[in-house]
Write a protein of this length. Structure first.
Length: 208
């Protein structure tokens, strides 16, 4: 009988050799069609990417326990980005891809609690417990960002900003790569950078 295995992928983090997978899923490239998915949100409602066609979409890989993610919430940068997205008619998805038993795993109730306590403002949190979206997009770290245009084409894949650290004070002086891409795409322009190296906490997911 074939057994499922959990694979750890990382970018921007040093891992011991034994932790580096012998094979990694390909990362989707800007200019290609965004893979569709249907996943439950924090309230149990099924959400499909294809239902959002006609809108700019941001997918932000989420791990509430990750210090790289935490710095953007502590500084209110993440909340501000989410609110700016909403004001511009952009759908912001927080994607929780940690399987049960791994850091960052959340139930719907826990996702609602954390969203409220951090005053976060995503359109919804999606529960990707079987790694469907993580595998389809080759997501490696939290908070990796994907920006998708109204035609369903990926226009940005990479880091939230330019400083690979967990220090809150670095947020204000970093180049705002994901924000710039989000705004450009929503206005029908090509982002100055379509791809940047993502940094953060490695996503652990169940391989098919």
């Amino acid at each position: 009988m074939l057994m499922s295995r959990r694979t750890t992928l990382a970018a921007g983090l040093a891992l011991p050799a034994a932790a580096i997978p012998f094979a990694a899923h390909a990362t989707v490239a800007p200019g290609t069609q965004a893979p569709d998915f249907t996943l439950p949100d924090q309230d149990g409602t099924a959400r499909s990417l294809s239902a959002l066609r006609g809108r700019t979409v941001v997918i932000q890989w989420e791990n509430f326990e990750c210090p790289f993610v935490r710095k953007h919430y502590t500084s209110s940068n993440m909340q501000n980005l989410q609110r700016e997205a909403a004001a511009k008619g952009i759908t912001w998805i927080s994607m929780a891809s940690s399987p049960e038993g791994e850091q960052g795993h959340v139930t719907g109730a826990r996702a609602r609690e954390l969203t409220a306590s951090r005053q976060a403002a995503p359109a919804f949190v999606l529960l990707d417990h079987r790694s469907v979206a993580a595998r389809a997009y080759g997501a490696t770290v939290t908070p990796q960002i994907i920006v998708i245009d109204a035609q369903g084409i990926i226009r940005y894949n990479g880091a939230i900003d330019s400083i690979r650290s967990t220090r809150v004070e670095d947020v204000a002086r970093a180049e705002t790569w994901a924000k710039d891409a989000m705004i450009a795409v929503s206005e029908g322009r090509a982002p100055a950078r379509a791809s940047t190296p993502p940094y953060g906490c490695a996503i652990k997911y169940i391989d098919a």
